[in-house]
Design a protein around this ligand. Sequence first.
Ligand code: DAK
Length: 268
Amino acid sequence: MGKKTYKENRFIIVSEIENPGGLKVGLIQLNRPDALNALNIPLLYEVMYAYEAFDEDNDIGCIVITGSQKAFAAGADIKEMAEISTVEMYFRDKFAVWDRIRRIKKPIIAAVSGYALGGGNELVMNCDMIVAAENSKFGQPEINLGIIPGAGGTQRLTRAIGKAKSMEAILTGKIYTAKEMYELGLITKVVSNDTYLDDAVALAKEVANKPAVAVRLAKECILKSFDTTIEGGIEFERKNFYLLFASEDKVEGMNAFIEKRKPVWKHK
Ligand code: DAK
């Protein structure tokens, strides 16, 4: 896939994928195999820094995050959490790392295989599209540990699959297959176990081939729909639409159509 090592990390592997004719794809692979990619705090910081580095890099158009065949991530690190008291949790506020993960502006695609549980599923739901291998298993089993989802699970799952099924998932800890979650609307597509990463990267390249300013504003508008009224959201969309008329790619896109040629995006 034309990957190259980006920088040294302990729990993740970061690389870039060339995409001739478009912007590159940034790839983050969770790599903590002995713990099924359980999300300890250092791993989450590495993911956050990698996301932010890609977000600031003008050569990157789309980000893919993946795990291993066996597990995207089996949740937050239970052994780490078992040691933390309420007061320590509150004062250290290490989980605030999730707030920065939430603010990434470029599109992120999750390439999931195996377990995406608890915080793992929350990291997946923070992504903008989800490509899942047939063998994937999704769930919020926190209830079995005496806790509840803490990184947006109660909110994002409910918005994605509705109250009735979200209640079932979170109150019983049930694990769902990729097919079930696809039918419930959480997942963009279910693909073969052998090709899930290539399929996710192909989708990322497709997005990275589009004009970057419009892509970014489109993501912003879609996410806005989750925390505003329809009136406010439509106004937000219209202002961003007007804003795009100041972009070089709006001129290029429309001229290319009129001149019956392919546009050459400047991502400006
Ligand atoms: N944490 C730590 N280690 C884990 C782990 C986890 N979540 N999941 C698996 N591991 C470790 C196992 O302990 C085992 O390590 P060793 O015993 O070999 O040292 C190794 O990974 C292999 O796991 P298993 O032997 O259990 O493998 P199996 O194939 O038999 O079972 C499994 C796979 C995924 C069914 C099982 O490992 C499992 O049930 N794992 C736990 C799943 C779970 O309950 N996940 C939810 C965790 S709670 C917050 C943000 C987020 C969160 C909370 C707050 N804030 C922002 C405030 C999130 C909370 C959670 O995710």
